[in-house]
Design a protein. Structure first.
Ligand SMILES: [Zn+2]
Length: 651
């Protein structure tokens, strides 16, 4: 069956359906996610998504045999577990936010193949992938996430009956084949799809299936209430509930379950989860360490890329469910730092583990809990190929989550970045574009376009770091409505909007110092984290630097060519330099923002275990001369120091 994919603006506009609110007895959503395709990137964010499509994502099926035509999800004989579904879960949103014909056709081929792979009993896909147990529910949970997005963007009528039959299968079989290992720790991902389906069909037995999954699934609420993993995991203590990706996915679990349980304790548990991860394993970029199990607060421990994109996805869901602006702040902090920071600027190569203090990226033993020697090089599949399959969801789902619908018929700018949103408000098509260099610049300029005047609230967020944030309604019809102070986390501007109306939002971005592990300092400005700019020498250790189609993509080691062992001298202040984001927004050679600061070398701070040694306890005495240093966005820096010891200041 051929499913038509809309290409022109008017076709897409016609297809954009109303967001679907939660159906009783599910708790109402704070914000209702917009269907995939409603939000599209502009400006530097469009370039970034294009870089992803032109980099490894757009070449993965030829560059990586795992996702080639012999994949079991395409009817072949290899892989057949999570890699195909992971890739599809990122390919579908990337294809639709870019409206890229090649990627749309590619996603369609996977979807069409999967939609033919349903057994009479409802089971989806291979019964047993090589090296895996039979009837493993986990990869199917990812397939369902990809299909819900595909349905939102295309209206494909096959999806709802297909999903219904699979959940019918689970309903029948969960007692005899209960959740196991990965699926047991990631059960909330299946509940997301169950609730999505319930909201559309109203089949109450779907909630019974969700209830069964919650009973069989790992109890993350109890895990964090009685949190015992307060340091680095010993090698013999690595189990599924200390696993970094399971934890990043679990950030959303209690919130997702709260929708059905209505138990305020589940809501509270979301805050407890984030608090425990921050307190014992947190990093300056808002992520936590896991290489690949809980690894403590030291900034040379690693965080797996899968955990970065899954933490983002957890936050995107939580923003809709609970509407806390702090989740939006953290989403931006991870998306604008930890995500780009673990790729080369051209997105042809990624790391498995990133470090906040990353002085050297080589194949060498490091003090990971259990990862391999190649985990921090930039390449095709360092350490293990899960991230190679799973990272594709990062940017496009972030784009899709920049706007959400409000329950009272308005639109909320749930995260800031250059984009446009298309929605129907009271039957009227409305487009709002956000013209901005954010997060590199503090001003976001919104322009409304609508065929006829439309009355609705435009809801603006005040990030917690933005003191004196203000919105100026440039097209105000009276002086009173011109200036809107953003004092609360969310401020609605209620008026009748007309085509050409403009609102400029200014979010003052002072440089902020944050005290961290061993009394070190990390510098923030707006949602950006800053890192020492270190000269780098790349060494190609596999593949081609600029691969032609079907050639092996590059693996890079990166060595420092300039000193990195600096203690920051904050009393000398900071000077800022800004320029528009370049063709590659996260290129270390042309960062959009530079902070100039003063620092002194700390000669005794050297490499230990092929990483920067333990951060010297601050303040640090140093006789070294006062040097000028440059700090650049974390996301631009392949090598970096992010947590700095500080100089002892003269009394
Ligand atoms: Zn991974």
């Amino acid at each position: 069956m051929y499913v038509r994919v809309p290409i022109t603006d008017s076709e897409r506009q016609a297809l954009i359906t109303a967001p679907v609110p939660n159906r009783s007895p599910l708790q109402p959503a704070a914000f209702v996610p917009l269907p995939l395709g409603s939000v599209r990137p502009l400006g530097w964010l469009l370039r970034q998504c294009r870089i992803q499509a032109d980099g490894l994502t757009g070449h993965l099926e030829t560059a990586w045999p795992d996702l080639g035509p012999d994949n079991m999800w395409l009817g072949g004989k290899t892989e057949g577990w999570e890699r195909g579904p992971y890739y599809l879960d990122g390919l579908v949103p990337l294809a639709h936010v870019l409206v890229d014909r090649v990627l749309l056709a590619r996603a369609q081929r996977w979807v069409d193949s999967i939609l033919t792979m349903q057994d009479a009993d409802g089971w989806i896909g291979p019964i047993q992938a090589p090296g895996r147990a039979p009837y493993d529910q986990w990869p199917v949970f990812i397939v369902l996430k990809a299909l819900t997005q595909h349905h939102e963007a295309t209206g494909d009528e096959r999806v709802i009956p297909f999903m219904t039959r699979f959940f019918g299968y689970l309903h029948q079989t969960l007692d005899e084949r209960p959740l196991r290992d990965w699926g047991q720790h990631r059960w909330a991902d299946a509940v997301l799809s169950l609730h999505w389906l319930y909201n559309r069909t109203g089949d109450e037995w779907l909630l019974d299936v969700a209830g069964k999954l919650a009973l069989q699934g790992y109890d993350w609420r109890m895990h964090f209430e009685d949190f015992r993993h307060t340091g680095k995991t010993p090698r013999d203590g690595c189990v599924l509930h200390t696993h970094v990706v399971n934890n990043a996915m679990a950030v959303k679990t209690c919130g997702v379950w709260w929708r059905q349980s209505g138990d305020t304790g589940d809501r509270q548990a979301v805050y407890r989860t984030i608090e425990m991860l921050d307190r014992y394993h947190g990093q300056a970029t808002g992520i936590f360490t896991g290489d690949e199990h809980y690894a403590g607060l030291d900034p040379t421990q690693g965080t797996e890329l899968c955990a970065v994109v899954e933490y983002m996805f957890s936050l995107e869901e939580l923003i809709g469910i609970m509407g806390d602006a702090a989740f939006s702040d953290r989403l931006e902090r991870i998306a604008y730092n930890a995500l780009p920071g673990t790729f080369t600027a051209d997105m042809w190569a990624h790391q498995y583990d990133q470090q906040a203090n990353q002085a050297l990226c080589t194949v060498a033993p490091r003090h990971w809990t259990n990862n391999n020697d190649d985990s921090n090089i930039f390449g095709l599949e360092p350490n293990f190929g899960c991230c190679t399959a799973n990272y594709h969801q990062g940017w496009p789902k972030f784009v899709s989550s920049l706007w959400m619908a409000t329950p009272d018929g308005g639109l909320a700018a749930t995260a800031y970045g250059p984009c446009e949103v298309n929605a129907r408000i009271g039957g009227v098509p409305v487009k709002i574009s956000a013209d901005t260099q954010y997060p590199f610049d503090p001003v976001v300029r919104f322009t409304v376009d609508c065929a006829e005047p439309a009355e609705f609230p435009l809801v603006l967020r005040k990030p917690a770091w933005a003191d004196e944030a203000v919105a100026v309604v440039l097209s105000a019809r009276s002086p009173e409505e011109r200036i809107v102070r953003l004092d609360a986390p969310w401020t609605p501007i209620r008026r009748t909007w007309e085509a050409g109306d403009e609102v400029a939002v200014a979010l003052p971005m002072a440089v902020r110092e944050e005290r961290r592990y061993r009394n070190a300092i990390a510098l923030h400005r707006g949602p950006l984290v800053f890192s020492l700019r270190i000269g780098e020498e790349r060494r190609l250790i596999a593949g081609e630097a600029k691969p032609a189609p079907a050639e092996r993509s590059p693996d890079w080691e990166i060595m420092p060519t300039t000193p990195w062992n600096y203690a920051l001298c904050p009393s000398h202040g900071y000077r800022l330099q800004q320029r528009p984001a370049g063709d590659q927004p996260f290129d270390p050679s042309e960062p959009p923002v530079i902070i100039r600061a003063k620092a002194r070398r700390v000669p005794e701070w050297g490499l230990v275990d092929n990483s920067a040694g333990p951060t010297p306890e601050s303040p640090v005495a140093s006789d070294a001369p006062l040097d000028d240093i440059e700090l650049i966005p974390y996301g631009c820096a392949n090598l970096r120091i992010t947590e700095f010891p500080t100089c002892e200041e003269p009394s």
